[in-house]
Design a protein around this ligand. Structure first.
Ligand SMILES: O=c1ccn([C@@H]2O[C@@H]3COP(=O)(O)O[C@H]3[C@H]2O)c(=O)[nH]1
Ligand SMILES: [Zn+2]
Ligand SMILES: [Zn+2]
Length: 245
């Protein structure tokens, strides 16, 4: 059961040299997009991946670097491809995603479009439950601390890859994942300063070497290259490179 994962972007919310931190996961014959930020439509275009090639989109939380490209995909699905994409959504995000992010652009009273379901095939997910999406891909959501009062989720894929999405540093969670046998931890990383809503590099550097060795860093700022060689045993994830796990 070998999977591939490719970041279509690895940048922080404010990065300009890197696209938004969104990922494609390739199982055999099944492609999952994890988050769809403002830059995702352009990133997919440059990788020559039209949206009908994507079998499902999973959303981790409703910041624009994770959902800001959904309006374009919804309109393209409705008016160009005439195919409703599958949208895997933690159930806590269904209301906020429509009411607070997408309704302004997508509501169309004349056409009778009043909800996410008018554009997407919405599949609600609950944390703590393994979902077999494909014979080669099972995923589980784990709630994370990111912004107080705003639900956000990490993703555990095939019990092998822990993908933090946006999360504050949570050493206990990472130790738990390591004890559970994960082979890779992909973590957001704020390079400078104290981690207020993301894990700071300094915090991640406090992890035991055994955990650092399996940790790769993503969601970084434009000055990432200044930090190459300064990240302990952790390595930066490269935008567009395909990793097998
Ligand atoms: O309480 C807050 C809320 C937001 N922010 C910034 O806005 C960005 C939104 O996207 P992000 O979650 O990838 O990163 C966030 C931070 O850069 C912050 O620093 N503190
Ligand atoms: Zn983000
Ligand atoms: Zn965020």
């Amino acid at each position: 059961m070998s999977l591939q994962i490719q970041m279509i972007g690895t940048g922080s919310a404010f990065a300009k040299r890197y696209y938004n931190n969104n990922a494609l996961v390739y199982a055999h014959g099944f492609t999952l997009l994890i988050d769809c930020g403002v830059t995702a439509p352009r990133a997919l275009y440059e990788l020559n991946i039209p949206s009908p090639q994507i079998d499902a989109i999973l959303i981790t939380h409703i910041h624009a670097d994770h959902v800001g490209g959904l309006e374009e995909l919804a309109f393209q699905s409705q008016y160009v491809h005439r195919h409703r994409m599958k949208l895997l959504l933690p159930s806590t995000l269904i209301g906020p995603l429509w009411d607070h992010s997408l309704k302004g652009g997508l509501e169309n009273k004349a056409e009778g479009f009043h909800s996410l379901n008018d554009y997407f095939e919405v599949v609600p997910l609950e944390p703590g439950t393994p979902y077999p999406l494909h014979p080669d891909l099972t995923l589980e959501l784990l709630p994370t601390e990111h912004i107080p009062g705003k639900p956000s989720y990490a993703i555990l894929m095939n019990e092998k890859l822990y993908y933090s999405s946006d999360s504050r540093f949570d050493a206990e969670r990472l130790k738990e994942m390591s004890a559970r046998g994960v082979k890779e931890i992909w973590h957001d990383c704020q390079l400078q300063g104290k981690g207020m809503v993301h894990a700071a590099l300094d915090e991640l550097m406090s992890l035991p070497e055994s955990i650092q060795r399996i940790t790769r860093l993503m969601h970084y700022g434009d000055n990432m290259t200044d930090y190459i060689g300064c990240t302990g045993s952790m390595q930066f994830i490269e935008q567009h490179r395909k990793y097998s796990f």
